[in-house]
Structures are given as structure tokens and as C-alpha cells.
Design a protein around this ligand. Structure first.
Ligand SMILES: Nc1ncnc2c1ncn2[C@@H]1O[C@H](COP(=O)(O)OP(=O)(O)OP(=O)(O)O)[C@@H](O)[C@H]1O
Ligand SMILES: [Mg+2]
Length: 399
């Protein structure tokens, strides 16, 4: 029987390499919830471009929180649906699964949820703004107090119920938080701040993740959002990247030759998705049995399949960019090529390549950062979030 492929491009990994600091930050909050029956700490906000491992981190933490006796709820925000109503449904499902609501109390719980749903139903209504108002300085969204109070009640009641039934508390996971509306973010931040004001009554923690634009969006939604705990996720270190390749294979008693490992590490440059993808294509090419080895030849035979996949991702990113953004991306690709050994490009280099003043690239640059296509890495430098994108753009121009 062939061994199953242990690599997981696009799914939660079997072995979460690295991320010990990030997991510890979440575990500390869960421990506080469990030990003191109080709010675990500030809103945790992990942020990173696509494919860096936000969802994988949160899913791993979710499992750990459940092992600590917490009830967990998971909501992925989206532009189409209000996450607050998803949260009500998610909490209801989780409580039912954990059998937290006694049968005798089922009716009261149901009418409580109906009230909450009704009161939360306010946000997201598009408001027509007159031209003069639109030019006025932007103020924070004011969602009104009803939905804030409703969310407070929902979280408080749920956490208490879990605790009363012998559980440790409630941990809410919100993935893709950048996709939430400003109104919903304001409701979340206000409700959480109020709950934190009575922290000893509220055994709960909220752990979120989103694209790099998330911190800014939260602060725009409510200035005190800046008191959240913002944690960027980076590429994996060389050591962690190695573990991401070696450990899932080792669990099936398969090893990598040094040359094969080096080639994949070199290609993926610490990018978690690329590590899983190349691990997976190498494995499929090798079809190893227990005690077998993944060789350089296997890596090479797997490359066309990996390339096809990455090609599709590059194309999707390119097509989602406007003409102006594409011009910037092209200038960036040329500058990166001119730098030879570095993908990091300065604002001045990009502007020079576009033949414009360096201030005038701010808008497309910020949009591309919001989309997670490029990322700032300090000192005015930016780089592509998916390695190889620059080369892909230049190759495309040559066609
Ligand atoms: N720490 C890690 N160790 C090993 N593999 C990882 C790690 N983190 C993520 N991965 C792998 O990287 C890929 C992307 O992970 P994930 O979906 O968690 O990223 P993401 O940041 O949530 O991306 P998106 O923004 O697209 O939702 C997956 O294939 C996953 O298996
Ligand atoms: Mg994700």
C-alpha cells in the first residue's frame, strides 16, 4: 500500500512548524481564562499576507484551547455576510455540541438568541452620504449602543454558561477579520472593551487574524482599537522551514536527502504554502515506502506540478491588480531584478522605474499592501509576498 501524502498545501498542516511565540501568546490568555475565570487579555490580532499561516495558527490554538477545557467558536468573516450573526449561530452550535444548555433551559436560551440576533441586525446598512458630508473629516463609525450591548450579553452569557457547566471559558476565533465592515469592527471593539471593564465576570478571550491591513482597519473603526495586541506573522525561519519538510515525512519513516531538502528550502524561501506545495509534489513524484528517501530527482520531477499551481496564483494576483497597480508591480519586478540578490525594493527605486515622484506611488502601493500582494518590511522597503512573482511578471512581459 502506498503511504499517504503527509503534506497539506492549502490545508491546516499536520505539523505546525515554529510559531512557538505566537502559540504561547494565545496559551497565556487561555490559561488566564481557565485559572481566574476572567478576560484573557487584549484582543489578539495576528496579521500577515496570504499563505503565511494565519488560519493554521488559529486552528492549532483552537485545538489547544479545547484541550484546556474551553468552549471554542470559529467564524471566518467575509464581505458577503455579517460576522456577528454568524457568531450567534456558531455559539449556538458549539453550545449544543458541548451540551451546555440544559433541556429545561432550552426555551429561554432560544428566545435570548432571538433577541440578540434582532439587536445585532443593525450593522452593514449602507448609508447615503451627501457630497458635503463626504468631504467632512472622517469620524469613527457609530454603530449605536443596541448592538454593542447585544454582543456583550451574548459573550458574557455564553462564557458564564460554559463556566457554570464546568468548562474553563469561551474562546472566540475570528479569521479573515479584514473582511468585516467598519461597523462590525466598532461593535466588536466596544463590546470587548466593556467586557474587559468587568473582566472578572467574563471568562473569555478573542483571537483574530487577517491580512496586513487589519490593524489599521481596527484603529479606524475605534481609536482605542490600538490597545489590541497586534502580532505580525513572518515567513518561517530556515530551521522551522526545515522542520515543516522533515517532520511530516519522518512520521511515516521517510527521509529527505540533503540535496533535495536544500533545493526545496531554497525555492520556498520560508513561505509556508510553498513548503507544503513542494513537499507534496516531491512526495507524489517519489511515491516513497517506509524507510524510503526523497531525492533531488523527485524534487525536480515534482516541479512542473508545483509550477502550474503557483502560476495560477501569480495570474490571479496579477489580474486582481488595476492597471496602475500593475505598472507599479512591473517597476518593482525590474528593480528587484536589478538588485540581483535581493527581492527588497525601495520606494525611490519603484518611483524611478515608473518615472514619477516617489510620493505619488503611495496609493497603488498601499492598495497592493492591503491586498497582500506586496508587504512593507521596514526602512521604506517592500517585497512581493509570494516569492517568484517578480520573475513571473517579467517573463510574462517577454511573451
Ligand atoms: N507553521 C507552519 N508549518 C507548516 N506549514 C504551515 C505552517 N503555517 C502554514 N502552513 C501551510 O501553509 C499554507 C497556508 O497556511 P494558511 O492557510 O494557514 O495561511 P493563511 O495565512 O491563513 O492564508 P490565507 O490568507 O490565504 O487564508 C497551508 O498549506 C499550511 O499547511
Ligand atoms: Mg487563512
Amino acid at each position: 500500500v502506498p503511504l499517504p501524502n503527509p503534506f497539506t498545501p492549502g490545508q491546516v498542516p499536520r505539523v505546525l512548524a515554529g510559531r512557538t511565540v505566537e502559540l504561547r501568546a494565545i496559551r497565556d490568555q487561555v490559561a488566564r481564562v481557565a485559572q481566574y475565570a476572567e478576560v484573557g487579555g487584549p484582543l489578539l490580532v495576528f496579521h500577515a499576507p496570504r499563505g503565511i499561516g494565519k488560519t493554521s495558527l488559529l486552528r492549532t490554538a483552537q485545538r489547544q484551547a479545547e484541550e484546556q477545557g474551553c468552549l471554542t467558536v470559529w467564524v471566518a468573516c467575509s464581505r458577503e455576510r455579517a460576522f456577528l450573526s454568524e457568531l450567534v449561530r456558531g455559539i449556538d452550535r458549539s453550545l449544543a455540541r458541548a451540551d451546555v444548555v440544559p433541556r429545561s433551559d432550552a426555551r429561554r436560551w432560544r428566545s435570548f438568541l432571538d433577541r440578540i440576533t434582532l439587536e445585532l441586525g443593525v450593522p452593514g446598512v449602507p448609508v447615503k452620504v451627501s457630497a458635503s458630508l463626504a468631504r467632512a473629516p472622517r469620524t469613527e463609525p457609530d454603530p449605536g449602543s443596541a448592538p454593542i450591548g447585544a454582543l456583550e450579553d451574548l459573550l458574557h452569557d455564553t462564557a458564564r454558561r460554559v463556566r457554570d457547566r464546568g468548562g474553563a471559558g469561551l474562546v472566540v476565533f475570528l479569521d479573515e477579520l479584514h473582511a468585516a465592515s467598519a461597523d462590525e469592527m466598532a461593535i466588536l471593539l466596544n463590546a470587548f472593551q466593556n467586557l474587559d471593564g468587568h473582566r472578572e465576570d467574563n471568562p473569555l478571550a478573542i483571537v483574530t487574524a487577517g491580512l496586513p491591513v487589519t490593524p489599521e482597519a481596527l484603529i479606524r473603526a475605534a481609536t482605542f482599537g490600538e490597545r489590541s495586541s497586534f502580532v505580525p506573522l513572518d515567513l518561517l525561519s530556515a530551521e522551522d522551514a526545515r522542520a515543516a519538510l522533515v517532520e511530516p515525512a519522518a512520521a511515516l519513516e521517510v527521509t529527505w536527502t540533503a540535496a533535495a531538502l536544500d533545493l526545496v528550502l531554497d525555492e520556498a524561501r520560508g513561505h509556508p504554502y510553498l513548503l507544503q506545495l513542494l513537499g507534496s509534489t516531491t512526495w507524489s513524484a517519489a511515491e516513497p515506502v517506509g524507510g524510503g528517501r526523497l531525492t533531488l530527482a523527485d524534487v525536480r520531477r515534482g516541479v512542473p506540478a508545483a509550477r502550474q499551481q503557483v502560476e495560477a496564483m501569480h495570474r490571479a494576483r496579477w489580474n486582481s491588480a488595476t492597471k496602475g497597480e500593475q505598472t507599479l508591480l512591473r517597476a518593482m519586478a525590474r528593480a528587484a531584478r536589478a538588485n540581483r540578490d535581493s527581492d527588497n525594493v525601495t520606494r525611490a527605486e519603484i518611483a524611478a522605474g515608473m518615472g514619477v515622484d516617489s510620493r505619488s506611488i503611495s496609493v497603488p502601493r498601499d492598495r497592493l499592501i492591503d491586498k497582500g500582494v506586496i508587504e512593507p518590511i521596514g526602512h521604506g522597503l517592500v517585497r512581493f509576498t509570494l516569492p517568484g512573482f517578480g520573475a513571473w511578471i517579467l517573463a510574462r512581459d517577454d511573451d
